[in-house]
Design a protein around this ligand. Structure first.
Ligand code: SAH
Length: 360
């Protein structure tokens, strides 16, 4: 039993079963025992590997994209460059190096990193140090000062807590985490669900269908929307997920690069769920932003010049050429569950702005 298991069990005994978003927020962000708080979970030695950890090309291409986006924003002299959930800082390190191709862009960067984990913030500080650019850390996007901004989040949204609802003969019921003896167990809350909450899902659901929503999208979009009066805003999010509202239980735990039971060792496994990009787009529009269609990671990387960059690197490092190519191929893997198609990118932006690679 993990220390967090004991705390959660006591909470359930006192207050009743917990909705999934509460459980997920505790497991990931509990101030003492939360998964991200003290752990370096990312990379081959950790629990999961992300695109920037697979190949430097990923962060570099996003750097080229950010430079081009800054130009379409009218080359603001001070740009808040923000990364949400920077992990080990690899993406931002590669991005800042690539930003050197456009010195005026690099000079305009005022770097802000949104991170809740002190351990990861320390790694980010090391990663950024070599660039000579100073960064400021925030626990929430709301802490970033006003002004034109480019916000980037890779595998950030999937860590934001979800709520789940199950279609029963009596109507939708919320899935909760309760106790079965000492064990944590899923259950359903007895209360009916206001129909408006799930109005965006195709009706009628098949019996047993699971619908997921991510309440934090509202806050995220409102925070971005509130920045609009102080200059153009562009936010790029890349994550695994689906382009349309779809039923399905995507709540998952990953530990040591394998799927695990999300209730088995709270605080010791990464908990995530797929991103509903349609829901993110709707939250953005409600907050006064425009939202692009989600594009597959594979298509985005090709549009940003993947082939030329990969070839350049392979020629410069002939001994590592094969490894470089294999890593890039993983990022664009076209199989249904491969990174190239499962991962999608979407931009939320000031209405009327033509964002490079998303202007359709
Ligand atoms: N972007 C990185 C890391 C992804 S892991 C990469 O691609 O490698 C998720 C990251 O989001 C971690 O840095 C984690 O600490 C951070 N995080 C999770 N929930 C967060 C929250 N609510 N606010 C800010 N950061 C959060």
């Amino acid at each position: 039993m993990t220390p967090l298991h004991a705390e959660i069990a006591a909470l359930i005994t006192a207050e009743g079963p917990l909705p999934l978003d509460r459980y997920m927020a505790l497991c990931l962000g509990h101030p003492r025992f939360g998964y991200y708080l003290a752990r370096d979970a990312i990379g081959t030695a950790g629990d999961f590997t992300t695109a920037p950890e697979i190949s430097q090309v990923f962060g570099e291409l996003i750097g080229f994209w950010a430079a081009a986006t800054w130009e379409t924003m009218g080359r603001p002299g001070a740009l808040r460059l923000v990364e949400c959930g920077p992990g080990r800082g690899t993406l931002i390190k590669d991005l800042l190096r690539a930003a050197g191709v456009l010195p005026a862009f690099r000079a305009a960067i005022d770097l802000h990193l949104v991170e809740t984990s002190p351990r990861l913030a320390a790694l980010q500080r090391e990663a950024v140090a070599a660039s000579g650019i100073t960064a400021t850390w925030h626990a929430d996007l709301g802490g970033v000062p006003p002004g034109p901004a480019i916000v980037i989040g890779n595998e950030f949204l999937d860590a934001l807590p979800i709520r789940q609802f199950v279609a029963t003969p009596a109507g939708w019921r919320e899935r909760v985490v309760g106790l079965d003896g000492a064990r944590l167990a899923f259950g359903l809350a007895p209360d009916p669900i206001p129909a408006a909450l799930l109005a965006c899902f195709p009706a009628p659901p098949a019996p047993g269908a699971v619908a997921e929503i991510r309440p934090a999208f509202g806050h995220l979009a409102a925070t971005l929307g509130a920045r609009l009066p102080d200059g153009p805003q562009v936010a790029l999010f890349i994550d695994y997920g689906h382009a349309r509202h779809a039923y399905g239980d995507t709540f998952q735990a990953v530990r040591a690069h394998a799927f695990a039971d999300p209730l088995a060792r709270p605080g010791e496994a990464d908990l995530t769920a797929h991103v509903d990009f349609a829901a993110l787009g709707e939250a953005a529009r409600e907050a006064g932003l425009a939202a692009s269609r989600p594009v597959r990671q594979r298509d985005l990387l090709f549009m940003l010049g993947l082939e030329a960059r990969t070839q350049g690197l392979m020629q410069a490092n002939r001994k590592k050429a094969r490894a470089l190519l294999e890593a890039v191929e993983r990022l664009i893997d076209p199989a249904p569950t491969g990174m190239g198609t499962l991962f999608k990118a979407q931009v939320l932006h000031a209405p009327g702005l033509a964002v490079p690679a998303f202007d359709s």
